[in-house]
Design a protein around this ligand. Sequence first.
Ligand code: ZN
Ligand code: ZN
Ligand code: ZN
Ligand code: ZN
Ligand code: ZN
Ligand code: ZN
Ligand code: ZN
Length: 294
Amino acid sequence: MERKRQMDDNTPLEPPPKRRTSTPLGHNRIVAPALPSAATPRMCEVCGEDKSINSFPNATQVSSHDHEHDVCHECFTMHLDVEVDSKMWDQVSCPQCPSLLQQHEIQNLATPECFAKYARFARRAALSSNPDYRYCFSTSCESGQVHEGQEPVFSCQECGHRHCTVCEVDWHKDETCEQYQSRNQVQKEYEAESEATLQATSKPCPNCQARIEKSDGCDHMLCSQCQHQFCWACLADFIPIARHGLHNHHPDCPNHRPAGDNNEDMIAHAGAMLLMANGRFQEMLEEVFGFRLQ
Ligand SMILES: [Zn+2]
Ligand SMILES: [Zn+2]
Ligand SMILES: [Zn+2]
Ligand SMILES: [Zn+2]
Ligand SMILES: [Zn+2]
Ligand SMILES: [Zn+2]
Ligand SMILES: [Zn+2]
């Protein structure tokens, strides 16, 4: 802050002080602009430390920018670590401006590990523009390679994982592609069929989502998992139906009756169903029917 105050006090006759030098500025005295030298520290924009000029990238190391380089080597290197890890390989940019960095600039300023990673990403991007490039199917491997020729099996050079490039599945050992595909087709049809059967004969409990199978003709379902009772046809909660009547079914439900036109048999059936549910329904049974289960 001392430096700032002195700059404000400067008379207009004085040349502007060189940026970020610690050369003391006198009052009413011409001060020659300090030339950068190894002995003149500069402040890093990122870490705020005063460092010698050699601690900053020079114009050869970072050639594609028209600004001074005010981020020290250490901070520049850390910036590159983050950039290479978090961005597309060709989007790595300068810490001070939006300019993208050239490969030689990254090579000059990144750690060898960081540059190797960058080079690997760049190489993979170049390869993957090849239509014969295939990624490894292993979920723990990010590698890929150009796969040419008629042989369907892809063997990853990085991890050894194998997959079929024709069927696009993990390698079907002991089967040809035709054998694998016809077996897979039969299996898929079977699975689709059993899924359709399951969809037709079961529904998720509206309370706990457990799959409830309909075993007889009765529409009053009792979830074996959470004891929730509901109507199979309209999924309406069964308790208001038992308490207040069949108008509590959905209007489109075959079990629905208009209010005041309640079918006594169905109400009685509802009561019987409630009796089947014990435990947590005891209190409610008492309230609705005026008695307790033994
Ligand atoms: Zn720094
Ligand atoms: Zn820049
Ligand atoms: Zn692999
Ligand atoms: Zn295959
Ligand atoms: Zn349930
Ligand atoms: Zn019933
Ligand atoms: Zn219903």
